[in-house]
Design a protein around this ligand. Structure first.
Ligand code: PXP
Length: 242
């Protein structure tokens, strides 16, 4: 069965540009509304511990302004749990976070942190927030997501996006196998990180995947083609592959 494939647009880097000058322009909320108009099915925003791009006020404004679902990416900490429970976004994607990293470098080790993650996921589940675990595409991590009652997993596509040739094909197969395993166990699989016009097709063609979250490339491409144009082209590439 081929699930409809949603596009979640990550607006973090609109805030990165805004914060470079410390003012209010460009406004990530305006970008989010434009993204929704251009065909984004949801908006993704990562509230980092150091608030290097999205800030607390952005989350409040996004919650008030958006008519499409907000997927809040966050580390599995008490501070972030409290923020999520206060704002109640549609979804929370739990990501690993290292202060010095430039971007989310690997998947969450759900398998190695069962006991720490379980109560946090339970609180989010109880609040009706759809929990997603950003994990590597491997069976051990999917098994942990099953044990942890996570309704969604997002597979880290970063390695896939960096590889070429046979190695890329092998990594794609790992994502496809993990997506099939997740679906078989009632978990909705998503994918994201490093996706571009050039590499999105084979990922979008994986029939079980229900959502792709894409940010950096779209915000960069918006410099050349405008945000609406970039999102429409990405949507077109995803639909072509499906
Ligand atoms: N999904 C998750 C969980 C992420 O952490 C990120 C990056 O913040 C993305 C998707 C989007 O990745 P990119 O910006 O490379 O498209």
């Amino acid at each position: 069965m081929t699930a409809p494939l949603r596009l979640g647009v990550n607006i973090d880097h609109v805030a990165t540009i805004r914060n470079a000058r410390g003012g209010s322009h460009p406004d990530p909320v305006k970008a989010a509304l434009l993204a929704a108009k251009a065909g984004a099915d949801g908006i993704t925003a990562h509230l980092r511990e150091d608030r290097r791009h999205i800030g607390d006020e952005d989350i409040a404004t996004l919650m008030a302004a958006l008519t499409v679902p907000l997927n809040l990416e966050m580390a599995a900490t008490d501070e972030m749990l409290e923020i999520a429970l206060r704002h109640r976004p549609h979804a929370v994607c739990l990501v690993p976070e290292k202060r010095e990293e430039r971007t989310t470098e690997g998947g969450l080790d759900a398998a190695g942190q069962d006991s720490r993650l379980a109560p946090l996921i339970a609180r989010l589940n109880d609040a009706g927030i759809r929990v997603s675990l950003f994990i590597e595409p491997d069976a051990r991590q999917v098994d942990a997501a099953i044990r942890l009652n996570a309704p969604v997993v997002e597979f880290h596509a970063g390695l896939y996006s960096e590889l070429n040739g046979a190695a890329r094909a092998e990594e794609l197969r790992r994502i496809a196998d993990a997506a099939a395993l997740a679906t078989k166990n009632g978990i909705e699989p998503h994918a994201g990180h490093g996706l571009t016009y050039d590499n999105v097709g084979p990922v979008a063609a994986i029939p079980q995947l229900a959502e792709l979250n894409i940010g950096h490339f779209l915000i960069g491409e918006a410099i050349f083609d405008g945000l609406e144009g970039a999102i429409r082209e990405m949507r077109r590439q995803m639909d072509l592959a499906r």
